[in-house]
Design a binder for this molecule. Structure first.
Ligand code: HEC
Length: 140
């Protein structure tokens, strides 16, 4: 009996040791998302927003430290899903081109590309996850 309890207890201890030894993979999750997002960016967004995220003056806005990129995720996700033709000032400047909707991208692709831009070009902001994209896609 004692042997059995001993066996169970040491079993749990071993299990705990294994779990404690695995590094938290949250960072790996973000890293992988950024890597996938870069591919989406290069294919879909780069022609307008450029490789360095600098955009084209008066035509396509930069993605460097803008209030949209770093700000409210709902607005940011909506811009990719629905495009942007508002012609509003983006941190003080106006841009003449139109951004088409990109709702052909999957929730995962949009989450990845936004996580990529929020953590590239000198930006640092939290990740966007597919369920957040899904929720906003379903609202419309
Ligand atoms: C056809 C060119 C074009 C493509 C492709 C494009 N955009 Fe845009 N984007 C624009 C323009 C132009 C605006 C501003 C529109 C306005 O002022 O009404 C804009 C606005 C934005 C904004 C908000 C303003 C800012 O600079 O912070 C974000 C964020 C953004 N785009 C991200 C993306 C992402 C991510 C992709 C790829 C999935 C993408 N865009 C693809 C042209 C483009």
């Amino acid at each position: 009996m004692i042997k059995k309890i001993n066996f169970i207890v040491s079993g749990f201890f071993l299990l705990w040791l294994i779990i404690a030894a695995i590094p938290p993979n949250q960072n790996n999750g973000i890293k992988a998302s950024i890597q996938r997002g870069e591919k989406v960016y290069n294919k879909v967004c780069l022609p307008c927003h450029m490789a360095d995220g600098g955009g084209v003056p008066n035509m396509n806005p930069p993605l460097i430290q803008t209030s949209y990129v770093l700000g409210n995720k709902t607005t940011l996700i909506s811009i990719v899903l629905h495009g942007m033709t508002d012609r509003v000032a983006i941190d003080g400047d106006y841009y003449s081109n139109n951004m088409a909707p990109h709702n052909d991208l999957t929730d995962q692709q949009i989450a990845d590309v936004l996580t990529f831009i929020r953590n590239s070009f000198g930006n640092k902001a939290s990740a966007v996850i597919p369920s957040e994209v899904k929720a906003i896609r379903q609202k419309n």
